[in-house]
Design a protein around this ligand. Structure first.
Ligand code: SF4
Length: 264
C-alpha cells in the first residue's frame, strides 16, 4: 500500500489540513498528528483504512491510479460531449472604448501589432486541426462565433475563415458579435450571401448608449452610426439581433428604455 500520486494536502487553518485525491476530490480534514501518521502509512484501525482507500489517498498499487485516471478521462469526455461551438477572437483591437469593456489591454486599430490579430497561417492551422478533430469525433454541425475586440476590423481574416470552412462536409453556421460601427454595404452583402448572423451591441436610446459606448477618439455618436448601419442591414434584407448590456443607466431609465425597444 502507498500514497496515491494524486494525493494532495492543503493547510486550511492553523494545524488543520485538507487531504484529498485530486481525481476524486473527496476531502478529509486532519490535524498535524493525523497528517504525519497518515503520510507514514500508520493507520490506526480498519475503519480508517477503508476511509483512506475510498478517498483514494491510499492505493494498493500504481494500477489503481492508472485506472482512476482512465475513469476520470472517460467521465469528462461523456459529460463534455463534442466541441461544436467555437468563439473565434480574431483581434483584441477595437475602435471603441466602452466604459465597461472586459477586454484587457484593448488596442487601437491604428496600433495593430503582430500579436493583436490572428494571422492567416494561424487561422489555417486552427482550421486544419479542428477538421481533424471534427472528422474523428463525427461532428456534423458547428457554430462559429466571431468575437473581439471588434471583429470587423479584421474583415479579410473573417471572410477568409468563412470561405475556407463553408465548403467542407461539416455544416458550419456563422455569427458575428460586433459594435456595428464599421459595417459597409460590401460586408452586409457578404453576410447575406454566406448566411452569417449579425449581433450588434447597442444599449438603448442615444442618451443611454452614448454614456458608455464611445469611440476611442471620443468624437461623434456611436448610436447615430449604429442606427445608420441597422438601416443598411434592413435595406439589404439582413436581420440583426441586438446585444444589450443592462447597465445601471438602463435600469434607472427603464421606462424610456422599454419605449425605445418597442420602437427600434
Ligand atoms: S465594442 Fe466591445 S470590445 Fe470594443 S470597447 Fe466596446 S465592449 Fe470593448
Amino acid at each position: 500500500m502507498k500514497l496515491s500520486k494524486y494525493y494532495k494536502k492543503l493547510q486550511v487553518d492553523d494545524g488543520v489540513y485538507a487531504i484529498y485525491n485530486s481525481l476524486i476530490m473527496d476531502v478529509i480534514f486532519v490535524d498535524n498528528d493525523e497528517l504525519e501518521r497518515i503520510e507514514h502509512l500508520l493507520v490506526v484501525n480498519r475503519d480508517e483504512l477503508v476511509i483512506l482507500l475510498e478517498a483514494g489517498i491510499y492505493i494498493y498499487d500504481d494500477e489503481t491510479d492508472n485506472h482512476a485516471l482512465e475513469l476520470k478521462r472517460n467521465t469528462l469526455k461523456m459529460r463534455m460531449g463534442k466541441v461544436n461551438t467555437i468563439y473565434i477572437i480574431l483581434t483584441n483591437a477595437c475602435n471603441l472604448r466602452c466604459t465597461y469593456c472586459a477586454v484587457k489591454n484593448i488596442a487601437d486599430k491604428e496600433q495593430f501589432s503582430e500579436v493583436e490579430y490572428l494571422k492567416m497561417d494561424v487561422i489555417d492551422k486552427f482550421i486544419e486541426g479542428y477538421m481533424r478533430y471534427a472528422i474523428k469525433e463525427a461532428v456534423e454541425n458547428v457554430d462559429i462565433i466571431f468575437y473581439g475586440g471588434e471583429p470587423l476590423l479584421v474583415w479579410n481574416s473573417l471572410a477568409y475563415f468563412i470561405q475556407k470552412t463553408e465548403k467542407s462536409k461539416i455544416k458550419f453556421s456563422y455569427s458575428i458579435v460586433t459594435n456595428g460601427t464599421l459595417l459597409t454595404e460590401q460586408m452586409v452583402r457578404f453576410c447575406k450571401e454566406h448566411g452569417v448572423n449579425i449581433g450588434i451591441s447597442l444599449d438603448g436610446p442615444k442618451y443611454i448608449n452614448d454614456m458608455s459606448r464611445v469611440f476611442s477618439t471620443n468624437k461623434g455618436s456611436v448610436y447615430d452610426i449604429v442606427i445608420k448601419n441597422l438601416e443598411l442591414l434592413k435595406k439589404n434584407g439582413v436581420r440583426a439581433t441586438l446585444s444589450i448590456t443592462i447597465s445601471l443607466e438602463v435600469i434607472n431609465n427603464k421606462e424610456s428604455f422599454l419605449d425605445w425597444l418597442d420602437r427600434i
